[in-house]
Structures are given as structure tokens and as C-alpha cells.
Design a protein around this ligand. Structure first.
Ligand SMILES: *Cc1c(COP(=O)(O)O)cnc(C)c1O
Length: 413
């Protein structure tokens, strides 16, 4: 069956025809039949260079032989036990070694679950009620973080989804990214804040980069008000390098959430941080958290193999940076928009200056983006189908892939 027919079936059976909203490309999404290396192959017989990489996890590309082998070995031994498995402490040791701020870690099944648990933990540990997030920051699809942007720090949060109670998000405040003064003012006037949760690079509307010293100021402001700092590194963890954004920028958050890359393409999430905080998690402490699939053997196996591979090939981050820079060099000065990049995270914004925060990124011309996106697809490049999602490269994108991507940008802008 072709994509168009599959989608018209799915439309009647699944809300919007999809399992997650961003996939509902108009007029219909392409269906993938298989993927290999840097390419997706569609049921319609098209071969596409993949710059979406499942929204971040597939840093080693698709079907990587070493990951495939690791998963196959685990499969022979069964795939879910409901008991601890030997790889867990090894994996925990690897992640804690890579992140000076993480002494202990809990594995869960998704990034959303990780941020939900981290926020509960922050409240349980501090005994305080409110949380602060960044406007436009994304932390998954659970109630406390589904707050309308622009509702501001001093007013109560307004639900960004039907079904979220105003009472629940009344405890969620927001401040703009790259604006330490707003954060300082908010915390100076509210002594009931348990935590600030922040993507160090806004990845789900970006990348939007932190200005010089912004993250350092965020660390010192939160510390001086005794507010826990939660770095949501679900995208940036192992994407910007070993140790993610916190090592790159030299910041020591109190808690960190991880996901995406650390599962090697299988479902995973994790939260970790300082020992005295993490020891509050059940069963060692009173903050409840549990999951049937937590520490899933297949996810841990694929993730551990991925992180080991990255450790054995540290120069790959340099290569990823160089390949992305090639695209940047080809695209900068094209069109009226702006190209923003950090390592292998990049985006062309249809706005004449790089956006600094949510209200600026909303000024982008999404109509023009959608036309541009379709032209790129026709040239064989699959970018995330939204002006507000980050593009990625993997370690198996070749020089020729990057040249093709650069050429496509040049001819589509
Ligand atoms: C993807 C993402 C999440 C949610 O992770 P899921 O595994 O999709 O639940 C949370 N935070 C950030 C920063 C993300 O990019």
C-alpha cells in the first residue's frame, strides 16, 4: 500500500491518523518501510536523507551493526524479567562518570516520565510547591508542563491542553529564555519554588542557543534562592558531546533528565543527580516512582552499546561539528532567514535574526517554512516537518550526504 492509502485508513482509526502529533504531515505523511544508515526508504519507493533522526535519538544512524548485534544477543536471552539485570549498574556507572553532577540515577521508559518524576522529586525534597519552566521549553506531555507560553511569571499558569486542570498548572510559572532578570525577579518574589526546569539549548522550538553566561547566571540565581536546577538534557545528552550541555558549558545542575540517545533508538528515559536528593526516591526514600518497563533490558542494551560506541569514537563529535559547519557555510547568507547551529543541532529560521526566545521564534514565517520543507523533501531531504523542531546529523551521514543537503538548501532558499 502507498502512503496516501495507509494514511486514509489510519485517519479513521487513529486520532489525526498518527501516534504522535508532529507526524501528521499535510496532506499526508510518508510511511517508512525501512531505514539504513543515513537514509529512510518509504513505501512509495523514495530514498530520503534523514535529518530528523526520529527527533534526535538515532545519533549512530539507522540499523547500526553494533547496536543490532547487541540487541540480537539480548533477544536470545529474553527481553523482560521484572528483576534487576547486570547491565544496570554498569550503565549507571557510565552515565554518572560522564556527568559530574550525577551521583545516582533511575531508569524509566520515556523522557516525559523522567521530567515528571524529577519534578515530583524536587517538590518532595524541598517541600515547596511551585515549579518554574522556560516559555517554549518542552519537557514531555504531562500536566504540570503543558502550560501556555506567554502566560508570564507573575500570573498563574494557563493550561495549554484541554483536560489539564487550571489548579494543577497554577503551580507552574514561566520565564523567557535568555532573561536572567525575569528569573531573579520571580524567585525574589516567590519563596515557594521547588525547581526550575530548563532545556540548556531550547531544542523543541530551536535550537535556540543560550547567550554568553546565561546558564551560569541561571545556576547562581537558582542557588542563591535555594531552588533546585533541573537540566532537561533529553535532547542534548550525548548529542553535544559526552556529558551533554552541562559539561560543555561547565554547569552543575542539581538534577538532570536524559532520554532519546541513551536508549540507542529504543524507549528510555532517566533522571539523576546529587545523592542526597536521589536518595529521596522510593524505595530508599518517600518520593514514589515505579514502572513495569523501567530498566528495560533491550533499551538498556541498545543504549549502553550506543554510549560505548561514542566513548570509543570521541572524534566523532568533531566530525559531526565539521559536517554541520559545512552545511552552515553553504547556507549562511542565503535567503532572508537565519541559520542557527550548535554541534550537530541546526535549523534555518524564517526570521531575519536568530531567535533568542519563544516570542521571537514565533515571529518565523511558518507558511514559507512549510513550502520550503516540501521542496527539500522533493530533493530527497527529510527535515523535521516543523519550523520549531531541531535538525540533526548522525555519525553515518557521509560527506556526500552533507554536500547533497547543502545543495538542496541552496536551491530551496
Ligand atoms: C523529547 C523530549 C522530552 C520527552 O521525551 P519522550 O521520550 O518523548 O517522552 C522531554 N524533554 C525534552 C527536552 C525532549 O526533547
Amino acid at each position: 500500500m502507498k502512503s496516501r492509502d495507509l494514511f486514509s485508513d489510519a485517519m479513521h482509526l487513529m486520532p489525526g491518523g498518527v501516534s504522535s502529533p508532529v507526524r501528521a504531515i499535510k496532506p499526508y505523511p510518508f510511511y517508512t518501510s525501512y531505514a539504513s544508515g543515513s537514509h529512510l526508504f518509504t513505501v512509495d519507493g523514495k530514498k530520503l536523507i534523514d535529518c530528523c533522526l526520529a527527533y534526535g535519538p538515532m545519533i549512530l544512524g539507522h540499523g547500526h551493526p553494533q547496536i543490532q548485534k547487541a540487541i540480537a544477543t539480548q533477544l536470545k536471552n529474553g527481553w523482560l524479567y521484572g528483576t534487576p539485570i547486570p547491565i544496570e549498574p554498569k550503565f549507571a556507572r557510565l552515565i554518572t562518570n560522564d556527568h559530574p553532577s550525577i551521583d545516582m540515577i533511575r531508569f524509566v521508559s520515556s523522557g516525559s516520565e523522567a521530567t515528571m518524576a524529577a519534578l515530583r522529586l524536587a517538590r518532595g525534597f524541598t517541600g515547596k510547591k511551585d515549579i518554574v519552566k522556560i516559555e517554549g521549553g518542552f519537557h514531555g506531555a504531562h500536566d504540570a508542563v503543558l502550560v501556555k507560553a506567554g502566560s508570564g511569571a507573575t500570573t498563574l499558569g494557563v493550561p495549554d491542553s484541554a483536560g489539564v486542570l487550571a489548579d494543577v498548572v497554577a503551580h507552574t510559572r514561566q520565564v523567557p529564555f535568555n532573561d536572567p532578570e525575569s528569573l531573579e525577579t520571580l524567585l525574589a518574589n516567590n519563596n515557594d519554588v521547588a525547581a526550575l526546569i530548563i532545556e540548556p539549548i531550547l531544542g523543541n522550538i530551536g535550537p535556540i542557543l543560550p547567550e554568553k553566561n546565561y546558564l551560569k547566571e541561571v545556576r547562581s540565581i537558582t542557588r542563591s534562592h535555594e531552588v533546585l536546577l533541573i537540566f532537561d538534557e533529553v535532547i542534548t545528552g550525548y548529542r553535544l558531546g559526552i556529558g551533554g550541555a552541562q559539561v560543555k558549558f561547565g554547569i552543575n545542575p542539581d538534577l538532570t533528565t536524559l532520554g532519546k540517545i541513551i536508549g540507542g533508538g529504543l524507549p528510555i528515559g532517566a533522571f539523576g543527580g546529587k545523592k542526597e536528593i536521589m536518595e529521596q526516591v522510593a524505595p530508599s526514600g518517600p518520593v514514589y516512582q515505579a514502572g513495569t518497563f523501567s530498566g528495560n533490558p533491550l533499551s538498556l542494551t541498545a543504549g549502553f552499546a550506543t554510549l560505548q560506541w561514542l566513548h570509543h569514537h570521541p572524534k566523532m563529535y568533531v566530525k559531526l561539528d565539521e559536517m554541520s559547519r559545512m552545511i552552515e557555510d553553504a547556507v549562511t547568507d542565503r535567503g532572508n532567514g537565519s541559520f542557527v547551529r550548535l554541534g550537530s543541532m541546526f535549523k534555518y529560521f524564517f526570521r531575519n535574526k536568530p531567535p533568542r526566545n519563544y516570542s521571537e521564534v514565533k515571529e518565523c514565517d511558518t507558511g514559507i517554512f512549510n513550502q520550503f520543507w516540501m521542496r527539500m523533501l522533493k530533493r530527497g531531504i527529510f527535515l523535521p516537518p516543523s519550523q520549531f523542531e531541531t535538525n540533526f546529523l548522525s555519525v553515518v551521514h557521509s560527506k556526500q550526504d552533507t554536500e547533497t543537503i547543502a545543495w538542496a538548501y541552496q536551491s530551496c532558499l
